[in-house]
Design a protein around this ligand. Structure first.
Ligand code: HEC
Ligand code: HEC
Ligand code: HEC
Ligand code: HEC
Ligand code: HEC
Ligand code: HEC
Ligand code: HEC
Ligand code: HEC
Length: 440
C-alpha cells in the first residue's frame, strides 16, 4: 500500500515537474513584448539572445515589462505604437526587487553622482574640462541624465551606467553598473572585474591590491571551483577556495544575508586626507569578521585588523596631520592662496593624501604588501621629505618654517632623522650589515 502511494506520488511529482519545467520556458510573453522582439531580433540580435538566456526570460519578464512607461513619466517616449523609456532605473527594477533597491539607495554607491561640489570635481571641470569629465568621472560616478523633448536622451549625458547615476525619475544609481544588460546575472556581478571597472588606478587601486593578495591569487587558481552560477552563494557552504570583492562586501555568510549596501562591513573611511572611524564601527567590523571566520581563526583575523589599524593611525599621525596643519597655517599666514591647485604645494599635498596616502591604506586593508609599502608609504615618505617640506620651507621663509617645524615635527621623534640626520651609530650598523651579508 505504502509502496503504491510512493509510486503514485512519484508519478504526480514527475508530472508536475515536467509541466512546471516546460511552463517556465514558455511563460507567455505579453503581446507588446512579442512585438519588441519581432523587430529587435533583426535590429539588435545579440541583446535579444542575451535576454533569452537570462533568468528574466525564463520568468516571462520581457522587454515591455522593463521598458514600459506611463505617458506622464519624465522620460516617456512614443515608440512604434508603445510608450516606453530607454532607461530602466532602480525605481523600475524595484517593482520586483524592492530589497536590493532599498539597500542600494541607502548606500554610498547611490551618492556617487553627487560630486559637483567636491575638490575632485573642481579639478575635473576647471583644470581639465567637461569633455573629460563626461568620459572620465561620470562613467564611474554617474551622470545626471537629461531627457530631450519626446523622450530621447541627451547624448551629452548618455550612454552612462555610472554607479550613482541621477535618473530623470529621481531615483539614484544604475543596476547595470554591475549586472550588465541584458543577461542581468548574479554570476557576472560576483566577478572581481565587475568592481574593477571603477575600483582601480592611482587613487583607489582595490583591484590591483586584490590581484596581488593571496585572495586574488587563489581566485585566479580556483575560479572554476567557485560555483559562481549558483543561486545560493554562501561562503563555506557553496564555495570555499577564495573570496572575491563581493564575498567580503556583499554576499551571504551563514549568519548574514546578501546586502546591496557595500558600506555595511567597513569600519574606516579611507577616502579623506585623514581617515576616520565610521559610526557603529565595531558592529560593521564584526560583520566583516564574520565573513573572514569561514576561512580563518579569530586570532588570525584580529592580528590582521591590528596591523591594518596601526598602519592607518601611523599614516594619519606621522604624515597626514602635519601636512594638513602646515599647509593650513601657510594659508592662514597669507603665504598660500586659499584656492586649490594654484600653488605648487597644493599639488604635492593633494597627491600625498589622495594618491599615495590612499594606496597605502588600501594596501593594508586588503593585504597587498606592494601597495602598502612601495606604491604607498614609500611614496608618501619620499614626497613628504623630498618635496613637501622643501616647498614649505621655500614658501614660508626661514622664520615661519622654524615655527612650523617646532609645532609639527619636533615633538614626534619619528622625524628626528630628517631634522638631525642619521646618527653615526646607525650608519655604522648599516655598513656592517652589508659587509657581513656580501663581504667587502
Ligand atoms: C517596428 C519595429 C520596432 C518595434 C515593434 C519596437 N522597436 Fe524598438 N527600435 C526600433 C528601431 C528601428 C530602433 C532604432 C534602432 C537603431 O537605430 O539601431 C529602436 C530602438 C529602441 C530603443 C533605443 C532607443 C534609443 O533612442 O536609444 C529601445 C529602448 C527600444 N527600441 C525598445 C523597444 C521596446 C521595449 C519595444 C516593445 C515595446 C520596441 N522597442 C519595439 C524598432 C522597433
Ligand atoms: C530586466 C529589465 C530589462 C529587460 C527584460 C529588457 N531590458 Fe532593455 N534595458 C534594460 C536596462 C537596465 C538598459 C540600460 C538602460 C539603463 O542603464 O537604464 C536597457 C537598455 C536597452 C536598450 C538601449 C541601450 C542600447 O544598448 O542600445 C535597448 C534598445 C533595449 N534595452 C531593448 C530591449 C529589448 C528589445 C528587450 C527584450 C528583448 C529588452 N530591452 C529587455 C533593462 C531591460
Ligand atoms: C517584473 C518583475 C521584474 C523586474 C521589473 C525586474 N526583474 Fe529581475 N528578476 C525577476 C525574476 C522573476 C527573476 C528570477 C528570480 C529567480 O529565478 O529566482 C529575476 C532575477 C534577477 C536577477 C538574478 C539573475 C540571475 O540569473 O543571476 C538579477 C541580478 C535581476 N533580476 C536584476 C534586475 C534588474 C537590474 C532589473 C531592472 C533593470 C530587474 N531585475 C527588473 C523579476 C523582475
Ligand atoms: C575609474 C573610475 C573613476 C573615475 C574616472 C573617477 N572616480 Fe572618483 N571615485 C571612484 C571610486 C571607486 C571612488 C571610491 C574610492 C574608495 O572608496 O576608495 C571614488 C571617490 C571619489 C570621491 C570621494 C567621495 C567621498 O565620499 O569621499 C570624489 C569626490 C570623487 N571620486 C570625485 C571624482 C571626480 C570629480 C572625478 C573626475 C575628475 C573622478 N572622481 C573620477 C571612481 C572613479
Ligand atoms: C556593486 C555591484 C552591484 C550593483 C550596483 C547591483 N548589484 Fe545586484 N548583485 C550584486 C552581486 C555581487 C550579487 C550576488 C550576491 C551573491 O553573492 O549572492 C547581486 C545579486 C542580485 C540579485 C539576486 C538576489 C539574491 O539575493 O540572490 C538581484 C535580484 C539583484 N542583485 C538586483 C539588483 C538591482 C535591482 C540593482 C539596482 C538597484 C542591483 N542589483 C545593483 C552586485 C550588484
Ligand atoms: C561604476 C563604478 C563602480 C562599480 C562598478 C563599483 N563601485 Fe564601489 N564605489 C564606486 C564609487 C564612485 C564609490 C564612492 C562613492 C562615494 O562615496 O561617493 C564606491 C564606493 C564603494 C565602497 C565604499 C562604501 C562606503 O560606504 O564608503 C565599497 C566597499 C565599494 N564601493 C565596493 C564595491 C564592490 C564590492 C563592487 C563590485 C561588486 C563595486 N564597489 C562596484 C564606484 C563603483
Ligand atoms: C578578504 C576580504 C576582502 C576582499 C576580497 C576585498 N575587500 Fe575591500 N575591504 C576589506 C576590508 C577588511 C576593508 C577595510 C574595512 C574597514 O575599514 O574596517 C576593505 C575596504 C574596502 C573599501 C573602502 C575603501 C575606502 O576608501 O574607505 C573599498 C572601496 C573596497 N574595500 C573595495 C573592494 C573591491 C573593489 C574589492 C575587489 C577588487 C575588494 N574590496 C576585495 C575586505 C575585502
Ligand atoms: C573563502 C575563504 C577566505 C575568506 C572568506 C577570507 N580569506 Fe583570507 N585567506 C584565505 C586563504 C586560503 C589564504 C591563504 C593562506 C596561506 O597563506 O596559506 C588567505 C590569506 C589571508 C592573509 C594572509 C596574506 C598573506 O599574504 O600571507 C590575510 C591577512 C587574510 N587572508 C585576511 C583575511 C581577512 C581579514 C578576511 C576577511 C575580511 C579574509 N582573509 C577572508 C581564504 C579566505
Amino acid at each position: 500500500m505504502r509502496r503504491h502511494l510512493t509510486f503514485l506520488m512519484f508519478i504526480i511529482c514527475g508530472f508536475l515537474i515536467t509541466t512546471c519545467d516546460s511552463h517556465s520556458q514558455t511563460i507567455p510573453l505579453s503581446k507588446e513584448g512579442k512585438a519588441c522582439i519581432e523587430c529587435h531580433k533583426e535590429l539588435s540580435p545579440s541583446f535579444v539572445k542575451e535576454w533569452q538566456l537570462s533568468s528574466h526570460a525564463a520568468k516571462g519578464v520581457d522587454c515591455y515589462t522593463c521598458h514600459k512607461a506611463e505617458k506622464t513619466d519624465p522620460d516617456a517616449m512614443e515608440h512604434n505604437g508603445f510608450t516606453i523609456a530607454i532607461l530602466v532605473t532602480p525605481k523600475d527594477c524595484g517593482r520586483c526587487h524592492a530589497k536590493e533597491v532599498l539597500e542600494m539607495t541607502n548606500s554610498h554607491h547611490a551618492m556617487a553622482g553627487d560630486i559637483l561640489n567636491s575638490l575632485d570635481n573642481y579639478l575635473g571641470e576647471v583644470l581639465g574640462g567637461p569633455e573629460a569629465v563626461a568620459v572620465g568621472c561620470l562613467q564611474c560616478h554617474g551622470a545626471k541624465v537629461k531627457v530631450l523633448p519626446g523622450g530621447k536622451l541627451d547624448i551629452n549625458s548618455w550612454p552612462n551606467t555610472g554607479i550613482g547615476r541621477i535618473n530623470p525619475d529621481g531615483s539614484k544609481g544604475s543596476c547595470s553598473a554591475c549586472h550588465t544588460r541584458h543577461r542581468f546575472s548574479r554570476a557576472q556581478a560576483r566577478e572581481p572585474q565587475t568592481c574593477g571597472k571603477c575600483h582601480l588606478g592611482p587613487d583607489h587601486p582595490q583591484i590591483e591590491v586584490y590581484q596581488e593578495s593571496k585572495h586574488g591569487i587563489l581566485y585566479e587558481a580556483n575560479k572554476a571551483q567557485l560555483n559562481m552560477e549558483k543561486k545560493s552563494w554562501i561562503v563555506g557552504k557553496d564555495y570555499s577556495a577564495a573570496p572575491t570583492c563581493a564575498t567580503c562586501h556583499m554576499s551571504a555568510t551563514p549568519n548574514q544575508p546578501v546586502t546591496h549596501d557595500v558600506g555595511t562591513r567597513i569600519s574606516w573611511t579611507l577616502r579623506p586626507a585623514i581617515s576616520k572611524k565610521l559610526e557603529n564601527a565595531e558592529k560593521r567590523r564584526d560583520d566583516m569578521k564574520d565573513v573572514c571566520s569561514s576561512c580563518h581563526s579569530s586570532p588570525f583575523v584580529d592580528g590582521f585588523y591590528n596591523q591594518f589599524d596601526n598602519l592607518v593611525v601611523f599614516y594619519n599621525e606621522k604624515f597626514a596631520r602635519p601636512a594638513m596643519g602646515m599647509r593650513q597655517d601657510l594659508i592662514d599666514a597669507g603665504k598660500l592662496t586659499p584656492a586649490d591647485f594654484d600653488d605648487k604645494l597644493d599639488w604635492i599635498y593633494y597627491e600625498l593624501w589622495h594618491h599615495e596616502g590612499r594606496r597605502a591604506r588600501h594596501g593594508a586593508a586588503m593585504s597587498g604588501p606592494d601597495y602598502a609599502w612601495w606604491h604607498g608609504i614609500y611614496e608618501v615618505a619620499k614626497k613628504f621629505y623630498s618635496e613637501f617640506l622643501p616647498e614649505v620651507k621655500q614658501v614660508a621663509g626661514p622664520e615661519l618654517y622654524a615655527m612650523l617645524v617646532k609645532k609639527y615635527l619636533e615633538q614626534d621623534v619619528r622625524h628626528e632623522w630628517y631634522l638631525k640626520g642619521m646618527s653615526k651609530e646607525q650608519l655604522e650598523k648599516i655598513r656592517k650589515y652589508y659587509e657581513e651579508r656580501y663581504g667587502k
